[in-house]
Design a protein around this ligand. Sequence first.
Ligand code: TRP
Ligand code: ZN
Length: 460
Amino acid sequence: MRTAGMAATAMAASVTLTAGALALADVAGAPGVGDPYFPASGNGGYNALHYDVVLKYTPKTQTVAATVTMTARAGHPLRTFNLDFRGPRVTSVTVDGIRAAHTRDAGELVITPAVPLARGEEFTTVVSYTGTPTSIQHGTLGTYGWIKTREGAIVLAEPDGASTWLPVNDHPSDKATYDFTITVPKHLKALANGEPLAPSLEGNWATFRWRQPVAMASYLASVAIGKWEMTHGKVGDITVITAVDPKFKKSLTQVHRRTMRALRWGRTTFGPYPFRTSGAIVDDPRLDYALETQDRPIYGGFVPSEDFVVHELAHQWFGNSVTVRRWKDIWLNEGFATYAEWMYREHRSKKDSAAKTFRSYYRQPAKAPIFQTPPGAPGREQMFGFPVYVRGAMTLHVLRQRVGDAKFRTILKTWAAERQGGHGTTEQFVALSERVSGKKLDKLFQVWLYKKGKPKRGSW
Ligand code: TRP
Ligand code: ZN
């Protein structure tokens, strides 16, 4: 029931709010951004702008001592706000230089600044912590987050593993720029996202600096600490840095060349590369998967095939530059990267056309795993399941068949160009496809992305 009295009280409250935001800043930032797949991921009430990560790693004890500074803007008045953090012991928190009260609650670090934050205010939070980060072990999503290796550690954090090592607004809807200053014993090297700055040496310690000047989703932020064998080169003005664990030393040149070749192809196929640096990292632990860490993908324990390299580099356009706003849309990453593999194979050999690859999957019986989950709404457990990758790619192929090669390429390039550095949703991709092609495509996407079971020929 709603009464006139209630409305009057609400109105009075909002009047006071505008009159004295600070006095009424009794608002707690929400502990999540409301993603149904990961309700605790991200936080309400502010937008992260930049993270400055200063981290020292001691392999002997496997401990980190870190200080992470987040610059952010408050979206509304805040008495308390959260960071996502599952890392080790927090030793201090300040907000705008003043010590702030903090408590931990499962994966949340709840911060109460000494002075509440006003709407629109830019503020700086500094969190220091020390101890040993741990990875997340998940039945269907695998092992991810901070992962210990023989010599050091690597981070592969998709989808919600950034909080294993960083106090962060851990959701792809809130991208930010990053600076990394990583100190390791001088017999090791530390890699991270973006471009390298000059390293320095002090006693037995070496400090490596990396800068990611393009806004990045937290799941793509990474460090890789190890004994790297490295090489570098250029594709146009893109610096390509490739690093492999000494165990893969013999394959260094091959991985580097595959990366350069895939990059050249990607630039002509998808439009300008969205970042300034690229490359590859092949680490030692046999994870048998890769992550498209911006700008240099990490391959876990294997020399990547051309297909694999193309997949991870395609993510730089589709996923890293144009990022999902909610995890349900993950086919915009995985379906696109998988279809890039099919396109690349076709580019290498006309006999290996994408149409042929499509047919080989479409031939599978209705009970085949690829048809069991609709890729446009896979559910949290099937986010990285076969249907998201393969049926997602099949969706792009039927789109291509419907609109023709030229329009299809225009759609991919326009998607990457118009949303460069930002976000995209499935609805926005459908709208773009209709705008570029001038065709009504709702049925095609409805059947391929959302309908359970194998799409029947003629039904789209
Ligand atoms: N995005 C990765 C790929 O297809 C797959 C992936 C999902 C992953 N979660 C991960 C890889 C966690 C490493 C760690 O390329
Ligand atoms: Zn992928």
